[in-house]
Design a protein around this ligand. Structure first.
Ligand SMILES: Cc1cc2nc3c(=O)[nH]c(=O)nc-3n(C[C@H](O)[C@H](O)[C@H](O)COP(=O)(O)OP(=O)(O)OC[C@H]3O[C@@H](n4cnc5c(N)ncnc54)[C@H](O)[C@@H]3O)c2cc1C
Length: 288
């Protein structure tokens, strides 16, 4: 199928973006890496009036350490996340996620801003953002506002951006001591059938602030509150891991999708919970 007729404009500053929104309103669609958007145009799943290319805006690039926070520009490509030394040191969960995302050609162009904005329920980076308690920095002609990642992903392919806003950066608190991601996919590079991004601290042998975030099992990343409560304040043991697995019955209500029925997804989530948390146990204490 051919693309719909579209106007294209390449912005070179944020001022250009605000001017385009002022002149063309909701018909403007932001183009970043284009890895999802261009496919949706080809299938006529979206029909914007104007494609506004933001890839030449310098303010949207760069990764900097600002106090206890890593600020990652919205145009940071997946491949850059995977190899950046600040990310590897302060938010290694993100670097660990990169090889799980699609294939090199897509990782070379896809951006973190595009991945967060699109809210594919099986995407890795939205789940990592929630697990790491990140903040999405949105901006419009009126200025910046900060949206916790846990409130940003509002529904299937829906986010908390207001009309006229774009993502300019993501701010990540320096990573807790333990964090990991794992997933089950049919083939390497496919979107996950189910996945888990997990982060926590351990103090005096007890789990603090656990964040178990599942993807591919809901309308967006799912922070599993009951499973987290099953771990909070307890030693990480085979028993507490089993309690977290059991609590997923409350936390997860996966829709049927092309991969299979809800019970299969719940099963995969339990398996991933054991895989990720067992890796932080001594071998003799493993949960099934
Ligand atoms: C075959 C294939 C396989 C893939 N597999 C995976 C996978 O396994 N895991 C995974 O996580 N992803 C996967 N992706 C998605 C890919 O990794 C990108 O993350 C995704 O395409 C979005 O990033 P982008 O920069 O290409 O955004 P674009 O395609 O340019 O834009 C996507 C959407 O986000 C909006 N947008 C982009 N940037 C901003 C911004 N800064 N502010 C506001 N809105 C913005 C656009 O308007 C559009 O609606 C796959 C893509 C393809 C084509």
């Amino acid at each position: 199928m051919k693309w719909p007729a579209i106007t294209y404009h390449s912005a070179t500053s944020l001022a250009d973006v605000w001017a385009a929104f002022a002149a063309h309103g909701p018909s403007v669609t932001i183009l970043a890496g284009g890895q999802t958007l261009l496919a949706t145009l080809a299938y006529r799943l979206s029909e914007p009036g104007m494609l506004l290319d933001i890839t030449r805006i310098p303010e949207l690039r760069g990764i900097t350490l600002q106090g206890q926070m890593l600020r990652i520009g919205a145009l940071t490509r997946h491949v850059e996340l995977g190899r950046d030394l600040l990310v590897r040191q302060h938010a290694p969960l993100l670097a660990q996620a990169v090889p799980l995302i699609a294939h090199p050609a897509i990782r070379n162009r896809g951006t973190i801003g595009g991945s967060l904005a699109y809210v594919d329920p099986a995407a890795e980076l939205p789940a990592c953002a929630v697990a790491l308690d990140a903040v999405v920095v949105a901006a419009s002609a009126a200025g910046e506002r900060r949206i916790p990642a846990s409130a940003f992903f509002t529904d299937l392919l829906q986010n908390a951006l207001a009309p006229g806003e774009i993502i300019v950066a993501v701010e990540i608190p320096i990573q807790p001591s333990l964090a990991a991601i794992d997933e089950v996919a049919r083939r390497s590079g496919d979107y996950a059938m189910a996945g888990l991004a997990a982060a926590m601290r351990v103090h005096d042998g007890r789990v603090l602030a656990p964040r178990l975030v599942y993807f591919g099992v809901g309308n967006g990343p799912v922070l599993a509150g009951a499973a987290c409560r099953a771990l909070e304040g307890r030693p990480l043991t085979a028993e507490s891991i089993a309690a977290a697995q059991a609590a997923l019955t409350t936390d997860l209500d996966p829709p049927q999708d092309l991969h299979g029925p809800p019970e299969m997804k719940r099963h995969l989530a339990r398996v991933l919970t054991a895989r990720v948390l067992n890796a932080w146990l001594r071998p003799t204490e493993m949960a099934a």
